[in-house]
Design a binder for this molecule. Sequence first.
Ligand code: AMP
Ligand code: MG
Length: 331
Amino acid sequence: MKLADLGVEAAVAVRAVGEAGRLARSIQYEAVREALTKDDRSPVTIADFTVQGIVASHLARHFPADALVAEEDAETLQTAATEAVVAQVVDSVRRARPDARRQDVLDWIDRGRGTGGHRFWTLDPIDGTEGLLHGGQYVVALALVVDGDVQVGVLGCPRVSLATGAAAGSSEGRVQQGGVALAVRGRGTWWVVPMANGDLTKLSVSAVEEPSRARVLHSREGRHGDVPRFHRVLRALGAEPAPLLMDSQAKHVFLAAGEADLLLRFPSNAGFHDAIWDQAAGSLLVQEAGGRVTDLAGRALDFTAGRRLLRNDGLIASNGLLHEAALAAVR
Ligand code: AMP
Ligand code: MG
């Protein structure tokens, strides 16, 4: 399979996310020193704004009519950040877009204020900020939603290594770190190595059927979930392997690749709903790899409720075979 055969949206999205992911990887250490604070107190980094600017610049060029619903905006950058930080974001974006003026960069970032509609893209420039800062996983998450369905899902994964398939290994036979996961509705899920312009290897979920053998993924950040409830459900399932704690939608990549079997997400407090960009790309990656995704009540994810998944409660993503057992354990 060639990227060009999967449609222009998939090709542009992989290039945009791959380029942004490589830049994020190169600036992550500066980002640590310059971490800002935003209302929800999660660290916002230079990488966040740089990635949003780069991805939005690709979408503006190829799909100027499409809305972008994204986590950041230029006003937050300019009010919350020092001038030195703004200048660093502009400089970082210019590494990929040497001709860009400061105002171009701010305008690209601001494209993310879109509100949805019949066809829109949704972006989390850095999903898993805690992972970025603490040496764990983080991803650049981009998805195209048309009439409520995710049609293309792309995750740029600078720190993921998959042993899946010959293309995952470098010419020296080592497993390369960093890749892009791509799903196209009706076509499948692939791992693209190296980021942005690599070869495609098809991914598929595991064949583990026994709940006792389930390798279960969960957020590493305890504040992002109801940890006591997670452990009660693990006991109800009888899952014996130690859970895999990981930041970001990198979890969905390991599930889609068959390196884990089940992913559970319990809201940390009643009334908390993930943003659409926290689940859109990851959910298609799992489904197109042969898995199943619902909320804790077994409902499909509804991406038409605004910026957040207001009509869903938590998440179960599985290889499909373990889904009914997981739903029963949650009940
Ligand atoms: P994870 O890396 O799986 O823990 O998820 C990271 C995502 O969790 C971030 O993109 C946030 O949007 C989201 N998040 C932030 N605060 C919370 C919270 N209190 N409960 C659940 N998720 C949260
Ligand atoms: Mg996020």
